[in-house]
Structures are given as structure tokens and as C-alpha cells.
Design a protein around this ligand. Structure first.
Ligand code: SF4
Length: 388
């Protein structure tokens, strides 16, 4: 009798030991390129047969080494990412691509480049708005990225190869969206905790292998009989990075998390890269326009001088309205990682937007350490009592 939950089990195994898989790929002759943020265009790595590997920190590992280079009042995610790198956890990497998606990311990239000796290192500067000039600038940045990749690999990044890579990654986006359709039923067929493990496993695999794993997980989940139990609350989690299933398990103590708007959840997969004559145009548009991270400044009308607050909220958070309706969400947790300015800036406006929709929400700040989990649980339980 075939093991019906092989896909979910495999995803969990990779989630629990991501570097193992990367080391096997390296032993098989692949080059592994690390990236800390989902604004890095992975298609450009895939097109040159490089394996993208998201470098993450570890909430259970006390930060020590990173104290040599970064202040304590600094993005805890970047601190733990660098700490793990300085402790040699990513020594199998052949290179690193970083991006100016936030100031802590930029500062950490500079330190990373000088402290960790990778054969290849590239930094993509990234504009903070979606104005036409910003798109032009970002495309030039991707062109520079193409050049350093070509000299590192000794291969040409042809439009044909890039288009094929875009199609594989678009397929992955479509599969992840299909996976999130399975959280619409009550109870959902897959838990938020399991989805965190699947997504993190994807960020450790070549795209084709990730798509195979996703297809397997989706077919298993559709026919499973051991799915999550129905809970009184159906939650939306809105945050920067939720990449540890222990954090998600706290939210799911008395609720079903049916949508995770973070870059450990649906954020990198919600859109689709348009296939353009020059594929870099499609990538530029997608990575600057489509990824809904708080770090990008959006206006209802580009260049407006007088702001209409309601229209402004709609332009920044309007994509959530449909999600809340279609996933029948009855509560939202706005989770802030301490010292994360872009998300801290968005929280009051997002709360206003959700209040206008009549959706109960709570704003919780924590510092991505094990010590923060117990108070986080207390805050979540208190909120759930108010909506259940
Ligand atoms: S929250 Fe935004 S800036 Fe931070 S890693 Fe995710 S996508 Fe990048």
C-alpha cells in the first residue's frame, strides 16, 4: 500500500534538514546560490542551471557570531541569517545574491560580502517605488546581475533559456496558488503549519523538483482523511517572514490559518511573470510591481501630491479584500518582527483598512527568538477568545 502522505512527509524531511538536500545536489555537480530575500529573480539562476537556496536563520539558535558585525537593535531575521552563515551553516554555497529590499538587508549584505568568502557574490540595488523611472533603473540592475552571472558561469543567459525558466517558476506559482485553494474548505484540507514546511522545502530545491513535490502534496491532500480539525477561527497572518512552523503552530492552537501573507507563505507566488519579448522586462515588472512586501511604496495615483486616504489604503491593501471574502476569514494577526521599519510603518494603515472591512485584527510585535514564543502564544490566545 503506497504511503499516502509521502509528499508531506518528504516536504517535512527537507524542511527539517534543508542543507542536506543542497549538499546532495552539490555532490551531484550542481552549483548552489544563496539568496536571503524573495526579491531576487530566481529565474535568472535557474536559466543558468544554478540551484537557488534561500538562506534563512534559525529561531532556536542563539545569535552570537553576528554580534561581531551587527548591532542588537537590528532586524532579528538578518541577524540570525548572518549568524548561521558565520557559523558555517551555508558553507556548501557557491555564491550569494543579495538585494536592497530593506536597509537591514543592504547593511547585512555588505557585512556578508566581507565576512563570508563565497566564490560569487552579487548585490542588486532595488528602488523603493513602482514609478516608471524605478522600473527602468531596476531593469538596469538586472542587466548587471546577468553580466556577473554570465562571467561566473561562463555561459550566456539567452532569452530562450530565461523564458523556459520563467515558465517553470510560473508553474510553481500556479501550483502554490492551487495548494492555497485547499485551505478554502472548512476545515481546510491542509494546515498553515504544513504549508510553511512545504514552502521552505521549495526554497531549497531546483524548481522542477519543487514542482514535482508540490504536485504530489496537492494530490495527497485532496484525498487525505487525516486533515486538520475545524477550529472556530479562520485566520489571515500578515507579516514579513514566517518561516518556522513552530510559530505557525502557535497561531493554529485554537484556529485554522488559511492564508499566510508573508514571504514564507503566498507572497512570492501570488502573481505571474509576463512572458515579454525581452524576458527581463517581465521579470522587472513582476519583482518590483507584483510582490506585495511593505518595503515598496505604492500610491493610488503615481506622483499625487494630495492624498485620498481611502484610495491610498485600497492601492496598498486592496488585494486582501478578495482573499478575506473567498477564504471566509474571520480574524487577522498582523505580526511584526521587532526593528522592521517597512512593516511597522504599514501596520496602522492596514489596521484601518481591516477595520473598514469589519475584520477583527490584532497587531503583535516579537523578536524572532525562542523566548518570545510564550508571550506570543498568550497574545494570540487572548485575541482568539475575542473572535471565537
Ligand atoms: S519581508 Fe520583504 S524584504 Fe523581508 S525578506 Fe520578505 S520580501 Fe524580502
Amino acid at each position: 500500500m503506497p504511503d499516502k502522505s509521502r509528499g508531506l512527509k518528504r516536504a517535512k524531511e527537507i524542511y527539517q534538514n534543508r542543507s542536506q538536500k543542497a549538499k546532495e545536489l552539490k555532490a551531484a555537480g550542481k552549483k548552489i546560490i544563496g539568496y536571503p530575500c524573495v526579491y531576487v529573480p530566481l529565474e535568472m539562476l535557474t536559466a543558468l542551471d544554478l540551484v537557488p537556496y534561500r538562506t534563512c536563520g534559525d529561531i532556536k539558535e542563539p545569535v552570537t557570531e553576528a554580534d561581531r558585525a551587527l548591532p542588537t537593535s537590528f532586524c532579528p531575521i538578518m541577524r540570525t541569517c548572518l549568524d548561521c552563515a558565520l557559523k558555517g551553516w551555508n558553507d556548501f554555497l557557491d555564491g550569494m545574491v543579495t538585494v536592497h529590499s530593506s536597509d537591514p538587508q543592504e547593511k547585512t549584505a555588505r557585512v556578508w560580502e566581507s565576512y563570508v568568502n563565497h566564490p560569487y557574490f552579487h548585490f542588486i540595488d532595488m528602488p523603493g517605488t513602482v514609478r516608471p523611472e524605478a522600473l527602468e533603473y531596476f531593469k538596469n540592475q538586472l542587466n548587471d546581475f546577468r553580466k556577473t552571472l554570465e562571467s561566473f558561469t561562463g555561459k550566456k543567459l539567452s532569452p530562450g533559456k530565461l523564458k523556459a525558466a520563467i515558465e517553470s517558476h510560473n508553474k510553481q506559482r500556479a501550483l502554490v496558488k492551487e495548494l492555497y485553494q485547499l485551505t478554502k474548505p472548512a476545515p481546510p484540507l491542509i494546515s498553515g503549519t504544513e504549508i510553511v514546511q512545504v514552502i521552505k522545502a521549495l526554497m531549497s530545491l531546483p524548481v522542477t523538483e519543487g514542482n514535482e513535490l508540490l504536485s504530489q502534496v496537492i494530490s495527497e491532500v485532496k484525498s487525505r482523511t487525516d486533515g486538520p480539525k475545524k477550529k472556530p477561527a479562520r485566520l489571515l497572518i500578515w507579516s514579513s517572514t514566517v518561516d518556522d512552523s513552530d510559530i505557525m503552530a502557535i497561531f493554529e492552537s485554537e484556529a485554522n490559518v488559511v492564508m499566510d501573507e508573508s514571504c514564507g507563505g503566498i507572497r512570492p507566488y501570488r502573481g505571474r511573470v509576463k512572458l515579454t519579448a525581452d524576458p527581463l522586462d517581465g521579470l522587472t515588472d513582476y519583482y518590483l510591481n507584483e510582490i506585495t512586501c511593505a518595503r515598496t511604496f505604492r500610491q493610488a495615483v503615481i506622483g499625487e501630491t494630495k492624498k485620498d486616504y481611502k484610495k491610498d489604503l485600497q492601492s496598498r491593501f486592496g488585494y486582501l479584500r478578495d482573499i478575506i471574502k473567498k477564504w471566509n476569514i474571520n480574524g487577522a494577526i498582523l505580526l511584526l518582527v521587532r526593528y522592521c521599519d517597512p512593516f511597522a510603518f504599514e501596520m496602522p494603515s492596514l489596521k484601518d483598512y481591516l477595520d473598514n472591512l469589519g475584520l477583527p485584527s490584532t497587531y503583535i510585535e516579537y523578536d524572532y527568538t525562542v523566548g518570545a514564543l510564550a508571550p506570543l502564544r498568550t497574545r494570540v490566545e487572548a485575541f482568539l477568545e475575542t473572535i471565537s
